[in-house]
Design a protein around this ligand. Structure first.
Ligand code: SF4
Length: 372
């Protein structure tokens, strides 16, 4: 039976973080409630399509935005709405993205009871000064408490998000952050920092008001993290993702493996059987379309075989296991690109697979561009 992952987007947050480029708005109950109704309608429309209902759903990812802002009973109804219409596997990975300021032990316990079995907690940093710079509305202690509450509530699969290369961060600061993260012993750690155009970080950076780490320091922080996490039994499986045995993100692997994902909600990007579609990125437009019974899709395209092959290479190379050698052997341009990248020390062959080298991990975007 074919499989599918669901992504459900909740575009409301306490406030916009300084580094965030997502389409989010402040959480207002009336607006957020109308949005849930629209989501239900979108789910109902897809439930009339046999190409969707005939698949086994192996993962559901409630992301955003801040889905943990919603009361558990609202998310329970929404999950039931899906469960009543689709074949969601009993062993499906069901992830909730949670902002520390929106949860407490009771709420987390309720999230677990409604079937959420994986928590992705946006901790970002253990320094209050850095959290302030990031525009997060929680302290380091509140994030730690949220993690401990999740454990006490019974969550056995918790991922934490961290940011590195923050203003004035030294390798020693970053090592301390990692030590604190490892002490909590989450099953999964994601860390990254990218300055996205249009964010407050980007603006300050351009104005020279943000003293970010140099590329060299950033590379040092990245390498230290890989070593420190490996010593603590976290296996790197993607450029920015590390997991203890058996705890890779099944949902995110679907993206890197180019497997089918149906995304509900504003800005949803879906990929199913070589077809890609994109939902509107305007919340009012999304709600109004669904209130009149129309899907909020603004773009739809069939991916040409060559584009699909390039996507497969770019996303596949993000994984540490890389891609099979044969993927690059039949096409003259791919072969030449591979050779150039190997000569530059960015790619290597290992046991019949092509992988990014240590240096290549720092230049993954450039490697992707070379294939494009
Ligand atoms: S909580 Fe997440 S989605 Fe919301 S503004 Fe911050 S980074 Fe963006």
């Amino acid at each position: 039976m074919k499989t599918l992952g669901f992504y459900i987007d909740f575009p409301f947050c306490i406030a916009r973080c300084a580094f965030c480029a997502f389409d989010v708005e402040g959480y207002r109950v009336r607006w957020a409630t109308r949005y849930i109704k629209a989501l239900e309608k979108e789910i109902e429309i897809y439930a009339t399509l046999s190409e969707i209902t005939g698949r086994k759903i192996t993962s559901v990812y409630l992301g955003g935005g801040t889905p943990s802002h919603y009361p558990p009973e609202v998310l329970q109804d929404l999950l039931a709405h899906c469960q009543n219409r689709f074949n969601i596997g009993e062993d499906a990975e069901i992830t909730l993205e949670a902002h520390p300021a929106t949860v407490d032990k009771n709420k987390l316990s309720d999230f677990l009871k409604i079937g959420i079995n994986r928590l992705s907690l946006g901790m970002q940093s253990f320094s209050n000064k850095q959290l302030k710079q990031l525009g997060r509305h929680h302290s380091a202690q509140e994030a730690i408490t949220a993690f401990q509450d999740a454990r006490e509530a019974g969550f056995l699969n918790i991922s934490i998000d961290l940011m590195y290369g923050l203003p004035n961060e030294s390798p020693e600061d970053w090592e301390k952050t990692l030590r604190q993260a490892i002490t909590l012993s989450p099953e999964h750690i994601f860390y990254a920092l990218s300055i996205e155009a249009g964010t407050l970080f980007d603006k300050k950076y351009r104005e020279g008001k943000l003293n970010l780490c140099s590329e060299d320091t950033s590379a040092t922080l990245y390498d230290r993290a890989r070593k420190q996490l490996a010593r603590a039994d976290y296996k790197q499986y993607e450029i920015s993702n590390f997991a203890k045995a058996g705890h890779k993100s099944r949902h995110n692997l679907r993206y890197w493996n180019q497997e089918a994902v149906l995304s509900f909600g504003v800005s949803g990007h879906s990929y199913i059987d070589g077809k890609r579609s994109v939902n509107t990125d305007k919340i009012p437009d999304y709600i109004e379309k669904l209130e009149t019974g129309k899907l909020p899709v603004t773009e739809q395209e069939k991916i040409l075989p060559r584009d699909a092959a390039i996507d497969h290479i770019i996303f596949g190379l993000r994984k540490t296991e890389g891609i099979p050698v044969e993927t690059l052997s039949e096409d003259a341009i791919f072969r030449e690109t591979r050779k150039n990248l190997e000569d530059a020390g960015l790619l290597q062959e290992e046991s019949g697979r092509i992988q990014l080298t240590r240096k290549g991990m720092h230049f993954a975007d450039e490697v992707g561009m070379a294939f494009l």
